[in-house]
Design a protein around this ligand. Structure first.
Ligand SMILES: *[C@@H]1O[C@H](CO)[C@@H](O)[C@H](O)[C@H]1NC(C)=O
Ligand SMILES: *[C@@H]1O[C@H](CO)[C@@H](O)[C@H](O)[C@H]1NC(C)=O
Ligand SMILES: *[C@@H]1O[C@H](CO)[C@@H](O)[C@H](O)[C@H]1NC(C)=O
Ligand SMILES: CC(=O)N[C@H]1CO[C@H](CO)[C@@H](O)[C@@H]1O
Length: 815
């Protein structure tokens, strides 16, 4: 296909050179787990927290609530994942590089790491005499059921390429006269809000006859009810065959707990292709019935009625497309999977929400419309995905690893437990006219697949670069939600597991830590995070101001989005006033409380810290500029005055000639923090090149120091930047200072690129990235890596910050 397509100039379907490239029998050389045990001193200091956590854990279990961070059942990386399918915010289904359907997130925000044996593609090849010469699963993962289904392909001759949001698998079956290629296409397209929300994927099978006799090839596609979870048994399922416009197939109705879920398996109708259907088989059987039907006839037996009238608690269905291909010819079989779960709700709120795609397709009878729409539009999706990626892939100055990494890390936008919801009438009433949520809905994604809190804002601060760059309206919708949360107060008393004290769940005039958990009532019941009193955190408020600033200015610093600033300004002003109260000695700088009161939530900061102090200075700077743009000259003066005082104090207290001190504690201030220039990074990301706050020579010297110590001293420079170094050693003061945070390493690399340290930047991020590849962490990027053997929190939000490297690179080459 590739050569022909190239000749025809259809580059959009060609398999790219970059991305995750493995054979179907690939084994990753190194394995990591989540069983890191900190040194004894650290454990000792954490004992009260651990004790309180266990009580909280048991209590939640007792009450049937899923805890937001499950340390008891931390999941080790499976080393199986490939590009997941589906658009944004409509539920996701994962796929492994060996062809499995795995990792379901169809219950909103809840991950089920099941691999379902009955969800398969099967090939049957017949020769010119209609004798079957091969029948095989098109996957190579080990199954435990359906024992008569066999995988007979040679994994060593089959190649997977994953470049999110697309994937390709090539099957070299030339021993049987056929070369098969599957293109897997999901609608994830930058700046496209109508297509990117759709719950579907298209699988285009190119069947190439590579021998000199005729071949008849069948591709069957089977799928079972549910998500492989034994608790999906609240109702029964049924199925129905359909023919609709340009497509035909089978619909499977089922239930996930109380949520209605419908799957459609479809084939695009073509005169050369004959489609047969199976309305029922038992996924718990040995599968011999359907297997032998396909083996004998290359199709499923004729069905007598188009509706399956018996209802089963567990069932599977299938479709099969058969095509005859003459010697040296090729044919295309187009199949699709659509899942339709239009309306969702959460355990502790009575509210129901419609997913965003129902805006276009409605909630009823939408599934067949989506089937047809997908078949009619997938070529356009491919073209636009290709155009989007091309600029990066064809840039010869960028390292190869980065090209794959940039797009692959983007998987988390759709596979982050993502919700994209329409407003209901009640919500519409409360919104002012130009509120973007009216048109674009509400957007939320989890901090991690294991850390089930929506929009954890201290982390989203890093990840938001991916949204800002590719779906800026979703970033704005999220910010509007945040603005509304600032004034919200939730009086419920909660026990904080770290301090052991009780506090109000959400205080007024503060930015929340998160927008709630899927196991409670997200988007209303904010602050699900149980560890600290987050209303006193020292980074959240500055991070809200800085994201507002970046969103408004980055694309055109001379021409910022005034409307947006206007709508965010009051909330920004409020939280800055509130934060200012943490400046006890009135030097203009806010002080940490001697507890981990920021995103490094077990790394204690005392007094002024480089991290929170730096964010604060940048936020003050942003406030001054935004006030000026709105003509609020008194405010501008106010912020400038504080800033002028604060930046002098910051340099005096924190700069030590080589880097900014970690904090003002007696024993720990000299730690070198990889993330100490976070505030500066955000100003650069906002398109404002200024050294007014952080002097240029200090920024450059600090970066060099970080590169020398946190990067080069650590694992020979091959693992990214360790969070903390002290006296030439890894800083073992806390569990987090010894970690490499993937998202922070990308952010640091971006800062280096902004400062012209191009080689160092790519080396820093590239070292870490290659270590991840070795451990099979593709599409599972964790929050943290340790020097060896261990990692923490698989499939995490923060590494989306890689998009700020892209922004930095574009800034660099446009000079
Ligand atoms: C669906 O499948 C599960 C197993 O994956 C089974 O336990 C359940 O009874 C089925 N039922 C429905 C209604 O989806
Ligand atoms: C599969 O199960 C059926 C009946 O349940 C049985 O007749 C058949 O022999 C089994 N086939 C294999 C290959 O185990
Ligand atoms: C395939 O070959 C047969 C004769 O061998 C011919 O009749 C038929 O038209 C060919 N089909 C295509 C699609 O070329
Ligand atoms: C080779 C490649 O590009 N692999 C990466 C794809 O993206 C994931 C994102 O999770 C990375 O972790 C892989 O390393």
């Amino acid at each position: 296909m590739n050569q022909e397509d190239k000749a025809e100039g259809n580059l959009s379907t060609v398999i790219p050179k970059y991305g995750l490239k493995v054979k179907l029998d690939h084994k990753y050389p190194e394995k990591r787990d989540q069983k890191y045990i900190p040194r004894i001193g650290v454990v000792w200091s954490m004992l009260p927290l651990i004790f309180r956590y266990l009580i909280y854990y048991l209590k939640s279990k007792w009450n049937g609530i899923k805890v937001v961070m499950d340390y008891v059942n931390a999941r080790d990386p499976q080393q199986i994942y490939g590009v997941p399918i589906g658009g944004i915010g409509c539920g996701t289904i994962g796929r492994g590089f060996r062809g499995e359907f795995c990792r379901f997130q169809l219950r909103p925000g809840i991950y089920e790491w099941n691999t379902v044996d009955a969800d398969q593609f099967i090939v049957t090849i017949k020769d010119e005499n209609q004798a079957t010469i091969l029948q095989s699963l098109l996957s190579t993962f080990p199954k435990s059921s359906l024992s008569s289904w066999k995988s007979r392909i040679d994994g060593d001759k089959c190649h997977y390429t994953g470049l999110y949001p697309r994937a390709w698998i090539e099957y070299d079956l030339s021993d049987y006269g056929v070369y098969l290629t599957c293109r897997q296409i999901s609608p994830v397209i930058p700046n496209d809000y109508a297509n990117s929300c759709l719950p579907c994927a298209v699988f285009v099978w190119n069947v190439k006859n590579v021998c000199n006799a005729q071949r008849t090839v069948t591709i069957a596609f089977t799928f079972k009810n549910g998500t492989g979870n034994p608790s999906d048994n609240k109702a029964t399922c049924s199925s129905k065959s359909f023919v609709y416009e340009n497509s035909e197939g089978v619909i499977l109705y089922n239930n996930l707990d109380t949520i209605q879920c419908t799957y459609a398996l479809s084939a695009k109708t073509k005169s050369e292709i004959s489609v047969s259907k199976c309305l029922y088989f038992d996924p718990k059987s040995n599968g011999s019935e359907v297997w032998s039907q396909l083996e004998q006839n290359g199709e499923f037996d004729k069905i007598k009625k188009s509706v399956h009238e018996d209802f089963y608690c567990e069932m599977a269905v299938g479709i099969a497309s058969k095509v005859t291909v003459n010697a040296s010819q090729s044919e295309e079989i187009e199949l699709s999977l659509v899942w339709h779960i239009p309306t969702i709700s959460f355990p502790s709120s009575k509210k129901t929400y419609n997913r965003y795609y129902t805006k276009q397709f409605g909630t009823d009878n939408a599934i067949l419309k989506i089937v047809v729409y997908a078949f009619n539009n997938y070529k356009m999706w491919e073209q636009r995905i290709y155009e989007w990626q091309r600029k990066v892939l064809e840039d010869s100055k960028l390292p190869d690893w980065y090209k794959g990494a940039l797009f692959n890390e983007t998987y988390y936008i759709s596979d982050g437990g993502t919700l994209w919801l329409l407003l209901d009438d009640e919500e519409l009433k409360t919104m002012s006219e130009n509120d973007p949520r009216i048109e674009y809905g509400r957007f939320a994604y989890l901090e991690g697949q294991e850390y089930i809190m929506y929009n954890s804002y201290d982390v989203h601060f890093y990840a938001s670069h991916a949204l800002h760059k590719n779906w800026p309206m979703l970033q704005k919708c999220l910010q509007y939600d945040l603005k509304d949360f600032v004034s919200l107060e939730i009086k419920e008393n909660v026990k904080e597991l770290y301090e052991g004290t009780t506090c109000e769940r959400k205080k007024a005039n503060s930015v929340p830590h998160d927008a709630g958990s899927p196991s409670e009532g997200p988007l209303t019941l904010v602050n699900a995070y149980p560890i600290h009193d987050v209303s006193t955190w020292r980074d959240l408020n500055s991070k809200f101001v800085l994201q507002t600033f970046r969103d408004a200015f980055a694309s055109s610093p001379e021409n910022p989005d005034i409307d947006y600033i206007k709508n965010m300004y009051d909330a920004c002003f409020t939280v800055v006033q509130k934060t200012l109260k943490n400046d006890v000695d009135e030097d203009g700088l806010i002080k940490n409380q001697g507890i981990p009161d920021q995103t490094y939530d077990s790394w204690v900061m005392t007094g002024v810290s480089a991290y929170c102090g730096g964010l604060w200075l940048s936020a003050l700077y942003g406030m001054g500029i935004m006030a000026e743009k709105l003509g609020k000259l008194d405010d501008k003066k106010l912020f400038e005055n504080i800033l002028n005082k604060a930046k002098v104090a910051f340099e005096k207290k924190m700069w030590n000639g080589r880097y900014y001190n970690f904090d003002c504690s007696t024993d720990h201030s000299k730690a070198i923090m990889a993330d100490q220039l976070c505030g500066h990074w955000y100003l650069m990301s906002s398109g404002i090149k200024t050294y007014d706050i952080f002097p240029e020579d200090h920024v450059k010297t600090a970066l060099k120091t970080i590169y020398k110590s946190n990067v080069e001293l650590f694992c020979y420079g091959n693992m990214g930047a360790v969070n903390g170094i002290i006296e030439g050693q890894v800083d073992t003061a806390s569990v987090q200072s010894v970690e490499v945070w993937t998202g922070v390493t990308y952010a640091l690399a971006a800062t280096m690129i902004y400062e012209g340290m191009i080689e160092e930047g790519f080396k820093t991020a590239g070292g870490m990235y290659n270590s991840m590849i070795r451990c099979g962490l593709a599409f599972d990027t964790p929050e943290a890596l340790y020097a060896e053997k261990h990692m923490r929190a698989v499939a995490y939000m923060r590494p989306l910050s890689i998009w700020s490297m892209q922004a930095a690179w574009e800034n660099y080459i446009s000079r």
